[in-house]
Write a protein that binds this ligand. Structure first.
Ligand SMILES: C[S@@+](CC[C@H](N)C(=O)[O-])C[C@H]1O[C@@H](n2cnc3c(N)ncnc32)[C@H](O)[C@@H]1O
Length: 266
């Protein structure tokens, strides 16, 4: 798939401004589709054990690292490239009483600020779609994992029905993704970087119901809060409504979706 030209600086702008706030409004502190249940399915598939060290790549406001520390008792680490998100995650981790079990660093997922073979696990939830060089991301994940360590992630992908270049570019431009992979491309990426796949599940059939939920919140229960974030700009609101409507259509057609992948470093 062709790249759209969206860069890390565009993503940093999103997560320093109104779009990031809007995504948190409709998704909560776990800024990914499916919230707690999605994280639990991913974590159980990875089988994290108490006191293992797990790195969340693109840790946002720290919903993922706090989930990992609270539910599995792991020592969690996070790396995120947006200073605004790093600062907010550190505040929330402190307020939640997890400062002794969680460490957050400002950094790029394609140049991870940790030494080789440090971690038992690498974690990512609906976020590597933002990364410009996914090959480098997976190489870096492999570098920081010990042999036998696991990589576990969900991501927004091109669904099993495939998608036309222009439709994928439209979604990527709305979301500021450089490009999306499909499930098979992710599997191949993992395999050529020394991983053995344990689970590869296509979750596309549940994507439409989640998008409908977000559209419902924006138009209904959370409309006032959404408009506060958007500074009452109905042009932006209507644009986002139309673009999410387009994503819904593509999700229903099986062209746009999500995948869950868990793999072990050989
Ligand atoms: C959708 S949020 C992540 C949500 C998080 N996984 C969760 O479940 O709560 C996207 C985050 O990815 C970060 N990000 C995007 N590209 C990055 C990169 N190359 N390196 C590090 N962080 C990145 C953004 O700063 C933003 O905080």
């Amino acid at each position: 798939m062709k790249k759209t030209g969206n860069k890390l600086s565009d993503v940093q702008e999103v997560y320093s401004g109104f779009e990031g706030a809007l995504w948190e409004l409709i998704m909560g502190e776990q800024i990914h589709v499916g919230g707690y249940a999605s994280s639990k399915a991913l974590g159980d598939s990875a089988g994290w054990k108490e006191n293992e060290e797990v790195l969340d790549l693109c840790s946002a406001v720290g919903g993922g690292v706090r989930f990992l520390a609270r539910v599995y008792g792991v020592k969690a680490y996070g790396v995120d490239a947006t200073p605004h998100m790093v600062n907010r995650s550190i505040q929330r981790i402190e307020a939640d009483g997890f400062s002794d079990r969680i460490e957050i660093k400002l950094g790029d997922a394609t140049d991870i600020p940790y030494p080789a073979e440090k971690f038992d696990g690498v974690w990512g939830e609906d976020t590597w779609c933002y990364v410009e060089d996914k090959e480098k991301l997976i190489q870096e994940a492999a570098r920081v994992l010990r042999p036998g360590g696991k990589i576990a992630f969900t991501d927004w992908i091109v669904g099993p029905a495939g998608m036309r270049e222009e439709d994928s570019a439209r979604i990527c431009n709305t979301m500021k993704f450089p490009y999306m992979l499909d499930q098979k491309e992710y599997e191949e990426l993992l395999q050529r970087n020394g991983f053995e796949i344990i689970e590869s599940a296509d979750l596309t059939d549940t994507m439409a119901e989640h998008i409908e939920n977000y559209l419902g919140q924006l138009a209904g229960q959370r409309h006032f809060d959404a408009m506060q974030i958007l500074d009452w700009n109905y042009d932006v609101f209507n644009f986002l409504g139309a673009e999410f409507g387009f994503m819904l259509e593509k999700a229903k057609a099986g062209e746009f979706g999500r995948g869950r992948l868990v793999a072990v470093k050989k």
